[in-house]
Design a protein around this ligand. Structure first.
Ligand code: BDR
Ligand code: CA
Length: 312
């Protein structure tokens, strides 16, 4: 099984990513770290713990809290997309206590040191936690098996500014550190995840009367309404579940290696992930950039995993 560390800012699509990661027979989930992003750190952590309880996995995987703000920038959330609780008011009735264990970056360092060369780090949030780990231990990037992250955009059409995707726009300095950490990196950008649309029809096809299916239906319905009024798309974008699923089956996307840099000091392009597709700079490729998505295969896989989640 693939050893995975998952870093999340649990809103709607992170929650579905957690469902996939925590129930996949192919994955040995070593722990989940939380960070400020879609919502404040405490809420992201509470949401994570609630999803694990829903799955009957509370206490199975360690959860560690990380950064409550970006490295240098002012904190910003995405509650207009994910609702004021991050989970559209779902799972509120589940009581949880915030963890009082090691900080996320120290947990990451310890875990990577225990399994050098074996860990896949999946990040579906601003990359502050791993950037902090790298500041303490610049060598740990090279001790990972790989990084798969949801973030950035290869076609320059952002969602947090005209050019920048949310996870990178929130903490571009963190992303800059991560992109240069020496790990094998796969970037699952917005241009690809925007094709990972879960439609109402897909959801209607979800079988099974169980609390997990029920949760997915409710949490995505709310997201669809919000997203529709914001961006005119009717459906729920499976940004984060796609990144998690690639740790199980990399074949859902094609990738090509390129040099990728992030803008950290730009009036109009701040947080943009600049992909050198034409090899203009003649720099060594640091990122496998996701290009094409096999939507049908991925959505089939995802629906199947959600239906079966209660059984694992
Ligand atoms: C990313 O931003 C967040 O709102 C989502 O959870 C996803 O990780 C999409 O831009
Ligand atoms: Ca996320």
């Amino acid at each position: 099984r693939k050893k995975v560390l998952l870093d999340v800012d649990t809103g709607v699509d992170d929650a579905i990513g957690i469902i996939v990661a925590a129930t996949a027979p192919e994955i040995e989930l070593l722990g989940i770290t939380t960070v400020s992003g879609n919502i404040d750190l405490a809420s992201a952590t509470v949401n994570t713990l609630r999803v694990l309880k829903l799955l009957g996995k509370d206490g199975v995987y360690p959860v560690h809290m990380g950064a409550s703000a970006p490295l240098y920038r002012k904190v910003r959330y995405a509650t207009e997309v994910h609702g004021s609780t991050g989970l559209a008011g779902q799972l509120q009735e589940i009581p949880v206590d915030l963890p009082k264990n090691t900080a996320a970056e120290d947990f990451m360092i310890e875990t990577i040191d225990q399994h050098p060369g074996e860990i896949t780090l999946v990040m579906t949030a601003p990359q502050t936690n791993f950037a902090k780990a790298l500041a303490k231990r610049p060598d740990i990037g090279r001790k990972l098996k790989e990084i798969i992250f949801m973030g950035g955009v290869a076609d320059g059409r952002g969602n947090e500014s005209p050019r920048a995707e949310f996870n990178i726009a929130i903490d571009p300095e963190a992303a800059d550190r991560v992109l240069n950490c020496g790990a094998k990196i796969t970037m699952v950008g917005l241009d690809v995840t925007q094709k990972a649309l879960l439609t109402r029809k897909d959801l209607q096809a979800l079988d099974g009367e169980n609390p997990i299916v029920d949760f997915v239906k409710k949490v995505t319905a709310d997201y669809m309404e919000r997203h529709h009024s914001l961006q005119g798309i009717y459906g729920c974008l499976m940004h984060d579940p796609l990144a998690v699923s690639l740790a199980i089956d990399s074949g859902f996307v094609t990738t090509t290696p390129h040099f990728v840099a992030v803008e950290t000091d730009s009036t109009y392009c701040d947080g943009e992930t600049v992909c050198d597709f034409t090899d203009y700079w003649k720099k060594e490729a640091n990122v496998h950039v996701a290009m094409e998505l096999d939507r049908e295969a991925f959505i089939d896989f995802l629906l199947n995993r959600i239906e079966k989640a209660g059984a694992f």
